[in-house]
Design a protein around this ligand. Sequence first.
Ligand SMILES: [Zn+2]
Length: 452
Amino acid sequence: MKRTIVSLLAASLYFGTHAQVQIKPLPQSGYEQRIKTYISNMRVVDTHEHLEDQSAWISPGKLDFMLLLQHYAYDDIRSAGMPKQTFNKLLTDSLTVMEKWNILKPYWEATSNTAYCRAALLTADKLFGAKDLNEKTVEELSAKIKKSYQSDWYDQVLNKKCGIDYVLVDEDNSMLANPAKFKHVKRFGEFIFAVSAKKIATIARDLNTPIHSLDDFVTALGTAFRKALDHNNVAVKIGVAYERDLFFDDVTKEKADEVFRKIMALPGGSVLKYNGSEIKPLQDYMVHRILDLCRATNTPVQFHTGLQAGDGNYIDNSNPTHLTNLFLKYRDVKFILFHGGYPFGGELAAVAKGFRNVYIDMCWLYIISPSYSERYLHEWLETVPASKIMAFGGDFRNVENIYGHLLFARQVVTKVLTEKVRDGYFSEDEALKIAQMILHDNAIRILNLDKK
Ligand SMILES: [Zn+2]
């Protein structure tokens, strides 16, 4: 009896966690494997990377096991206590591979539980056959990494192993001049963070246009914008949630002009603090002008929302709901909200559901937390049109970590869609169509990738 009660309890807990509304007939047997095979083999579009050219990595001290801990695992290793200078030393050739490992080891053991570090482990295994990171594996792993860069490694990884059709690269990188695969995204940060007369003079010189007034400044922005569109840029990125909140007031020209004049009148190299309230009206005004240009040219804008990398950030700054006045004012601009808004997944669902011009982008998300990605992909597929969800962007500087991240993404998408088919929320055919939409077709349509 006791056993029966325990089993019943376990069963109710199980179904309680996964209970779903059944709409479709339950699937034919073997659906799990068919969905897994389909998603594991399908080609994808990668909506966000900071990729550096293959040649940029071929320099002393860069091509060893530490390559797999670049960019994000570093944040957790530092969070576990390693000083920045120590980590930076591990990226140079001043130490042998084993010396690097010995310094890293206590921090690695403290933090190898996080998804950033798990991604590095999965990459080491699936790309280089190293089953763990430890004193027995790091030397051979490092030798394999070094050797791989003697081939057309980028093409092998991105094209053959990842099956990626397009990669959107944040900010211009002329080394990636392959317009068939790499598309660029421009930030225009110099116009948002123009805090001194010197910075404004630099913009004027670079664009070869005089800037003496706010009107000149806006004209210069237009020139830079058109230039970017002529150079394979397909979207604008606004990443200011690292420096300030995402509420951009619709300030008057007079108010913005006051700040502009103040900057131009500052003595010598003086600057207005870029995250202070003094500069805010001009920043707000310029973001609105960027959105005017997006509207006029049908250019989507990608907004960083949610978690900021590194330490010492204000998470409240990055809540996607701060952007609501922009969604209302720029109804024709496509707002692509990054990083699944972590940890504001519910708020993100609400704005993506409530505004036809708001889209969800899950770049970076699976390695922040696979559980969050799974939980919210379930919820977003119940709340937001599937045509508005883009489900992969690696958010890395090197191809190895993109590969590991994509393995995470394929696993999570497979799990969510399999569960939705198991419960009869979707049919098997519907699930496969949705995978095709969120991992591939939506990005091409939303970002006009086949038209540029
Ligand atoms: Zn990024």
